[in-house]
Design a protein around this ligand. Structure first.
Ligand code: SF4
Length: 322
């Protein structure tokens, strides 16, 4: 990783959706973190925890209800049209579903070339060469430029999605569950490709996923989200070796261990029930309804994210006792 230079600072970010007349869905509710240049920040949690909404709001695809996203010193939600275009040249997103995120009527060459055209980066032969270069960079070949998305496998389509994101030479990429829709055998290939590209191009990633083992493999630091809140945040090694929040402990205990003997010895911590609805959430700790340690304090007061050890933050009233 480079010197610790902050590329993105997210401060008290909130994204609410109005549901009907009187209800509010608090998808992201007061989330803060920094992403350093050249690092990968992983964001994990069950589906419905707000991690994808957080990624899209960081990208400016959703307006923020409150808080700030500061990219290289500039708050992105207050940008004017021209500045926003400049931001989208520096920041890109890779989507979860490689099946629906590529236009089926466009050739792969035109899908990759679209960003180049929008930002007027190259034309004619130079544009063509750039597309070939990108296809080769992601492990495809130049003959693929004339084909259509349906002619490719899921893994290959995600490679096309990555080439499209890289076409305008961004510095920052939000990887929104880029491997969830892929076969397990292909997932590691895509993660390894992302790691290789990061080294070659000094990219900074926000990597969103619910597969905790893959997140560990790619991330320098990891944030755990639960029902719109960040509940734990630490370096990847620290979080996986010493999770402190009851929710993170339960998530970690569910990661399968490849060695069957070790897997047998492991104690799995069950999480009771489903993730509650983020519509009009109750006061207090959002995990209280599923937490065996919950007390009256937990049900009335929201715990703040506090630094327990250097760089290791936890939001739990009882973290020191459990
Ligand atoms: Fe459980 Fe209370 Fe900690 Fe929330 S604050 S995780 S309910 S012990």
């Amino acid at each position: 990783m480079n010197e610790k230079e902050v590329l993105i600072e997210v401060k008290d970010l909130r994204k609410y959706f109005q549901v009907g007349r009187h209800q509010v869905l608090k998808a992201v509710d007061g989330v803060s973190f920094k992403i350093y240049k050249g690092e990968t920040l992983g964001l994990v949690g069950e589906s419905g925890c707000g991690k994808t909404t957080c990624g899209k709001t960081v990208m400016g695809l959703y307006d923020a209800t409150g808080g700030e996203v500061i990219f290289d010193g500039v708050e992105i939600h207050s940008l004017h049209k021209k500045e926003k275009k400049e931001f989208t040249k520096r920041a890109q997103i890779i989507f979860q579903d490689p099946y629906s995120s590529l236009n089926p009527r466009m050739t792969v060459g035109d899908i990759i070339g679209e960003g180049i055209d929008i930002h007027k980066l190259y034309t004619g032969k130079e544009r063509q060469e750039k597309i070939y270069e990108l296809l080769e960079l992601v492990g495809l070949n130049r003959e693929h430029a004339l084909r259509f998305p349906h002619e490719f496998s899921g893994g290959q389509r995600q490679r096309i999605g990555i080439a499209r994101a890289l076409a305008i030479e961004p510095e920052f990429i939000v990887c929104d569950e880029p491997i969830s829709a892929l076969d397990v055998s292909i997932q590691a290939q895509i993660v390894n490709l992302l790691i290789e590209l990061q080294k070659k191009r000094n990219l900074t990633y926000l990597f969103i996923a619910h597969d905790l083992s893959m997140v560990k493999h790619i991330s320098d630091r990891v944030g755990v989200m639960y029902l719109g809140n960040m509940v734990e945040f630490a370096s990847s090694d620290e979080l996986y070796s010493k999770p402190l929040h009851p929710y993170t402990k339960a998530l970690m205990s569910a990661i399968p261990i490849p060695d069957p003997k070790e897997e047998k010895k492991k104690t799995r911590i069950p999480i009771e029930g489903e993730i509650p609805s983020p519509v009009n959430p109750k006061p207090g700790c959002r995990f209280a309804a599923r937490c065996k340690y919950a007390t009256e304090l937990c049900r009335s007061e929201t715990p703040k994210l506090e630094e327990m050890e250097e760089g290791h933050y936890v939001a739990c009233h009882r973290v020191k006792e459990i």
